[in-house]
Design a protein around this ligand. Structure first.
Ligand code: ADP
Ligand code: ZN
Length: 435
C-alpha cells in the first residue's frame, strides 16, 4: 500500500536526528517550566536538579515525576506555564477515575495537537477527498475537538456530529457518504449493531476506515467492528494531560501505535520503583511534553500499562511504537487478591462468541469480595430455557476462571439490557469504594 504521511520529514526522521531534536526541545522546555511553574520548580529543587543539569534526553531520568495527584493538587492554575492571556482553550479529562483535571492550550499547542491528529487521519489513507464523521463527544472532552481539528488540517469534509443520536449519525453517514468515522470503539460497535438491525450490510455502508480510541479495546473487538462496518479500524491514543487524542496513532501495519515523539517523549517505568525500564519491557507509560507552551507536563505518569518498541515498521515511519495499553494501573481491580483487568474479561467474551456488552460488579460481603459479570446474549444466542442458560453460564465462567485464576458468577442477561455507551463505556461497578 502506498504510504501517506502528513509530515513526512518528521514521521520518517532517522532515529539519531530525532534524538537530537528531542534533546534540543527538552533543554528549552525544562528551562521554560523551571522559570514559569513554581510547583514544578519546587519539585526540582527538592531533587536538587537545576535546568543546567539537563543537556539532552539522556538526562531526562534526573527530573521528578508528575502524577494525577499533582494535577489535582495544583488545580486549576498551578501547572500553567503561560499567562492566561496567551491561552485560547481549556479542555478537561472525562473523569473516568476521579476528579477531573483541566488542561490549557495556547494557539501553538492547539496547532501541534491538530497536526498529531492529522497524522493519524492521513495514516488511514484518508485525504482531502474524504468525508470525516467525528462522533466523539465535543465540548470539554478532547475527542471531538482534536479529531475535528485534524480533519480540517487534512482538508476532509468534516461532519462534526458529536456523540449520540445514533439514528441521525446513520442518516448523515449514508446521505453524505462518510468515508471515515472517529469515535470510541464501544460507540463504533453500537453504531455497527444498529446498522445491522436496520438491515444494512457492510457493503452498503460508505465508510472505508475508522479511528477509534479513548478507551481500551481488544483485537477481537477490532475484528468485530471491521466485519460489521466493512472497514479497517485504527487505534488512536491520547490523554487530556498531554493534549488529547493523537499522542499515538496506528498505521497500516496495525501492530501498535506510533508515538508522535517529536512532541511527546515516552518512557516506560517500573510503577513501584520509578526505575526506567529498557525498550520492550512492560511497565507504566510516562510522557514528557517537549514543546507545548501552556501546560507542558514533564515526566507525567499516565498509569497506563504498556510496552514500547523500536522495531522497524513496514509503513516507513521511524516513530517509536507503543503497544495497546493493557489497562491502567488504576482500572486494575484487585478481587480476592487477584489482579483483574476488564480487557481480560472482554477477550474471553469475544473468544467465546459473545459481544463485548458486559458489566463487572464487585462488592464486599462479610469481608469477602464478590465478583459478578453480567453478559448480554445476542438475539441469536437468546433462549429462555433455564437449563441452556445455566450451561452457557458455566462454560463462560470456566473460560474466565482459566484466564483470571478466580471464579466469577456469570449471569447471562437478555439482549439490549445493558446500557450502550455513546462515549467511554462504563464496564466496572465497584461497590467496595462506596463504603
Ligand atoms: P480520563 O483519565 O478521565 O479517562 P481522558 O479522557 O484524558 O481522561 O482519557 C485518557 C485515558 O484514556 C488514557 O490515559 C488511557 O487510559 C485511555 N485511552 C485513551 N486512548 C486509548 C486507547 N487507544 N486504548 C486504550 N486506552 C486508551
Ligand atoms: Zn508504521
Amino acid at each position: 500500500m502506498a504510504q501517506n504521511y502528513y509530515q513526512k520529514e518528521i514521521e520518517t526522521m532517522p532515529i539519531e536526528e530525532m534524538k537530537k531534536l528531542q534533546s534540543e526541545k527538552l533543554v528549552k522546555q525544562v528551562k521554560h517550566v523551571y522559570e514559569n511553574v513554581p510547583y514544578y520548580r519546587n519539585l526540582m529543587n527538592e531533587k536538587g536538579i537545576k535546568p543546567e543539569d539537563v543537556h539532552g534526553i539522556d538526562d531526562l531520568h534526573k527530573l521528578p515525576f508528575l502524577t494525577k495527584t499533582d494535577l489535582r493538587d495544583a488545580y486549576p492554575y498551578g501547572l500553567l506555564a503561560k499567562p492566561l492571556d496567551d491561552c485560547v482553550r481549556i479542555q478537561s479529562t472525562s473523569g473516568t477515575t476521579g476528579r477531573r483535571v483541566v488542561a490549557f492550550y495556547t494557539q501553538h499547542d492547539i496547532d501541534l495537537w491538530e497536526d498529531c491528529c492529522a497524522r493519524a487521519i492521513t495514516a488511514t489513507g484518508a485525504t482531502k477527498k474524504d468525508v470525516c464523521q467525528v462522533a466523539y463527544g465535543y465540548g470539554l472532552f478532547t475527542g471531538g475537538p482534536g479529531l475535528n481539528g485534524g480533519s480540517h488540517k487534512v482538508g476532509c469534509l468534516t461532519l462534526p456530529m458529536s456523540s449520540g443520536n445514533t439514528e441521525r449519525q446513520i442518516q448523515f453517514m449514508m446521505d453524505l457518504n462518510a468515508s471515515l468515522i472517529c469515535c470510541t470503539p464501544s460507540y463504533a460497535a453500537y453504531i455497527g449493531e444498529t446498522l445491522r438491525e436496520q438491515g444494512y450490510k457492510p457493503e452498503d455502508i460508505p465508510l472505508k476506515a475508522g479511528i477509534f480510541g479513548a478507551e481500551p479495546w481488544t483485537e477481537e473487538m477490532r475484528k468485530g467492528i471491521e466485519a460489521t462496518l466493512g472497514i479497517k479500524a485504527y487505534d488512536i491514543y491520547g490523554l487530556t494531560e498531554t493534549t488529547g487524542p493523537g499522542v499515538a496513532f496506528e498505521c497500516s501495519e496495525q501492530t501498535g501505535m506510533h508515538i508522535n515523539e517529536d512532541h511527546f517523549y515516552a518512557e516506560i517505568i517500573d510503577p513501584d520503583t520509578g526505575e526506567v525500564l529498557p525498550e520492550g519491557s512492560k511497565g507504566e507509560l510516562v510522557f514528557t511534553s517537549l514543546d507545548k507552551e501552556a501546560f507542558p507536563l514533564l515526566r507525567y505518569r499516565t498509569r497506563d500499562i504498556c510496552v514500547l518498541s523500536r522495531k522497524k515498521c513496514s509503513c516507513g515511519r521511524t516513530l517509536i511504537k507503543m503497544a495497546k495499553p493493557m489497562g491502567r494501573t488504576d482500572d486494575m481491580l484487585i478481587i480476592r487478591g487477584v489482579n483483574v483487568f476488564p480487557s481480560q474479561i472482554e477477550t474471553v467474551l469475544l473468544n467465546e462468541g459473545y459481544q463485548p456488552n458486559y458489566q463487572i460488579i464487585v462488592d464486599r460481603v462479610k469481608n469477602t469480595d464478590t465478583f459478578e459479570v453480567n453478559v448480554e446474549m445476542s438475539p441469536e444466542q437468546f433462549t429462555d430455557k433455564v437449563g441452556e442458560i445455566l450451561a452457557m453460564e458455566k462454560t463462560l465462567a470456566e473460560a474466565m476462571k482459566a484466564m483470571l485464576g478466580i471464579n466469577p458468577a456469570v449471569h447471562l442477561v437478555a439482549p439490549k439490557s445493558i446500557a450502550r455507551s455513546e462515549g467511554k463505556a462504563v464496564r466496572v461497578i465497584d461497590k467496595r469504594k462506596l463504603v
